[in-house]
Design a protein around this ligand. Structure first.
Ligand code: C2E
Ligand code: MG
Ligand code: MG
Length: 426
């Protein structure tokens, strides 16, 4: 299979003339998780996996295309006269299947997946270099969207990536410039709506972009690695804020903090948590770290070990947004969870759709059997509250029982010691 240099040499001059009179697709294929194979089974296993995939691509595209190895774990494919849009989709899906089929290496069988970015000629660009650049942009976003995805290039993608870059640059100084704050949302006991804990939620007010939602800036922090120092700041600030309230109210208020994949897998994470607990005097047993399932998929063995070390010092672990994503039930016994947080999408759907209610009910039964606690997220109406109470959901969190608020508001609202209950059972 040609490499990038040969591919460009062959095509840079003639690709334009070759495809001028036809419709063509340029597909950039990135193999996910190849690094994991290199790291765990050695580079020769990684090479072997690439060879098998290259052979499969070659035999699939024998007649109509040009295929090349584009870089470390990337391939490029040009398909001429691909026909209809449906056919383009079916080619992309087929490529995902080609990479996703089991790979028999010398030592063992492995599984990989791919992300694919696609540009079409002549709609997206008319020169080879532009087509490849656009396929690259689509690939970049396909990787962000999740694994095993393909995306066709759209003009708006360039704008989004442009904005990403500007936001990422602005984020660099956000911590130093005091633009970050924390908001705290109460987690209440459904029996009597008494707050037993709070979840810390990061807020960013940027002078140039205004209030930016976490769903927009947290993925960018993760990508740039800034989530590590910023996550440390979140944990530090939240522990010292809530420690103050605990102290003043003489109450064991719990604190939940969201932890991203990059943070959890960082070698200094457990050490950082210990240092912060020591420095703030916050009781480990009252800290709950919220992890989403995608974190666990990225690197399950390391994640399980880190979570085990945290449990050993008394920290609790929650499965955030439970029921969405990959939702492997394996996780319930592979990872040392204390709490499941039922995603708000189920809570919102409970009213109109009996199935959503059944899912919530089943999660509650499952949790009970596993001896896990449950928090239902995103409760907005009295009807949702009543339904959850009916199902004996022990804890709830949502706009109905309290919006995320700055610490100052929390301090005023919860000034009286009687606002809290002892929460030994939480
Ligand atoms: P999450 O951890 O699942 O947090 C709950 C989200 O639901 C919060 O959104 C909260 O404001 C929102 N919410 C709570 N009650 C309701 C409700 O009744 N209705 C509706 N529609 N929404 C409700 P927010 O603050 O925008 O945060 C979004 C996500 O960003 C969080 O989801 C979490 O995954 C992430 N995040 C927030 N802060 C941090 C942080 O400090 N570190 C990390 N790694 N991630 C964070
Ligand atoms: Mg959370
Ligand atoms: Mg959640």
């Amino acid at each position: 299979m040609p490499n990038r240099k040969l591919f460009l040499k062959r095509h840079e001059d003639c690709i334009d003339s070759e495809i001028r009179d036809c419709h063509a697709l340029v597909l950039l294929i990135d193999i996910n998780n190849l690094k994991k194979i290199n790291d765990t089974l050695g580079h020769s296993a990684g090479d072997q996996a690439l060879q098998i995939i290259a052979k499969r691509l070659d035999s699939f595209f024998e007649t109509v295309t040009n295929t090349a190895r584009w870089g470390g774990d990337e391939f490029i494919v040009v398909v001429k006269d691909y026909g209809t849009t449906e056919r383009a989709y079916s080619i992309a899906r087929h490529l995902l299947d080609i990479v996703g089929a089991p790979l028999q290496l010398d030592t063992q069988e492995v599984f990989l997946s791919a992300s694919i970015g696609i540009a079409t000629y002549p709609d997206d660009a008319t020169s080879a270099s532009e087509l490849i650049r656009h396929a690259g942009l689509a690939l970049h976003l396909a990787k962000d969207t999740g694994r095993n995805e393909f995306l066709f290039y759209k003009e708006s993608m360039s704008e989004k990536l442009d904005e990403d870059l500007r936001i990422e640059t602005a984020l660099h100084s956000a911590l130093e410039q005091n633009e970050l704050r924390l908001a705290y949302q109460p987690i209440v006991r459904s029996e009597d709506r008494i707050p037993v804990g709070v979840e810390a939620l990061l807020r960013w007010h940027s002078p140039s972009f205004g209030e930016v939602p976490p769903s927009r800036f947290i993925p960018l922090l993760e990508r740039s690695g800034q989530i590590v120092p910023i996550g440390r700041w979140v944990l530090q600030t939240a522990c010292s804020d809530i420690r103050r309230i605990q102290h003043r109210n003489a109450t064991p208020l719990r604190l939940a903090v969201n932890i991203s994949a990059r943070q959890l897998l960082h070698p200094s994470f457990v050490g950082d948590v210990k240092t912060i607990l020591n420095a703030s005097g916050f009781a480990a047993e009252l800290l709950e770290l919220e992890i989403t399932e995608s974190v666990l998929i990225e690197n399950a063995p390391v994640a399980a070990q880190v979570l085990g070390e945290l449990r050993a010092i008394g920290v609790h672990i929650s499965a955030d947004d439970f029921g969405t994503g990959y939702s492997s039930l394996n996780y319930l016994w592979k990872f040392p969870f204390n709490t499941l947080k039922i995603d708000k999408s189920f809570v919102s759907a409970m009213h109109g759709e009996p199935q959503a209610r059944m899912i919530v009910g089943s999660i509650l039964t499952l949790a009970k059997q596993f001896g896990l606690n449950v928090v239902a997220e995103g409760i907005e109406t009295e009807a949702q509250y009543a339904a959850l109470k009916d199902l004996n959901c022990p804890l709830i969190q949502g706009y109905l029982t309290g919006r995320p608020e700055p610490i100052s508001a929390l301090e005023i609202r919860w000034a009286a010691p009687c606002s809290f209950q002892t929460i030994g059972q939480l």
